[in-house]
Design a protein around this ligand. Structure first.
Ligand code: 5GP
Ligand code: MG
Length: 185
């Protein structure tokens, strides 16, 4: 398995500061509820709320746990919420944060469920976006970076449980078997 750095630490820091500024400019008040989707968003969330704090934003922070079954079940788009937020979002400004927007099933479902709880304002923010993989019609209001259809690891995102701690984003190339198949000409 080969990997290369796709987005380095300096680029991440610059972009997160820009995103925080963009979001801070749109927020209806200075104390939004920022809700991240575990586990992948934890690093991005930590940087984003601190960048927002430098702009005077004082958020309440919470996480939800959601799983999207892959492989065979992916086709049926089963997304399960394991942990809801305990924040009472009704009438508040809510920013939903995820690590990456892929098929879109997770963010779409979580956003719909959140809307039912009647926040006064709701926006979505993802660190990465893989638009080529989209299966449902959903876009995020704030996107850090667009990435191609490669498996990305680091900055909270894992490969089979590993690599979340990396302070940059790596692209993991397909393993040799698959590379052989694709390279066959
Ligand atoms: P979807 O948009 O397909 O419902 O799911 C998005 C979730 O799939 C992300 O929150 C993330 O957990 C996972 N995911 C999608 N693409 C990648 C990737 O390239 N790397 C990693 N580590 N996770 C991914
Ligand atoms: Mg995730």
């Amino acid at each position: 398995m080969e990997s290369r750095v796709l987005i380095d630490e300096a680029a991440i820091a610059r972009r997160v500061a820009e995103l925080a500024k963009e979001i801070a400019g749109d927020l209806p008040d200075q104390s939004p509820m920022v809700v991240g989707l575990l586990t992948g968003s934890f690093v991005f969330m930590a940087d984003l709320v601190r960048a927002a704090s430098r702009l005077g934003i004082q958020p309440e922070v919470d996480f939800m746990a959601v799983s999207h079954y892959g492989a065979t079940m992916e086709a049926s788009g089963i997304v399960e919420v394991h942990k809801q937020t305990s924040l009472d979002v009704r009438g508040h400004a809510v920013l939903l944060v995820d690590d990456i927007l892929d098929t879109g099933r997770t963010l779409s479902l979580v956003r719909d469920r959140m809307v039912e709880r009647e926040p006064a304002w709701i926006r979505t923010c993802v660190f990465l976006d893989k638009p080529s993989r989209r299966e449902v019609d959903v876009t995020a209001d704030y996107v850090g970076f667009e990435v191609p259809d490669v498996w990305v690891v680091g900055y909270g995102l894992d490969a089979a449980g590993a690599g979340r701690e990396l302070p940059y984003i790596m692209a993991v190339e397909p393993d040799e078997d698959r590379a052989d198949e694709t390279d066959e000409q």
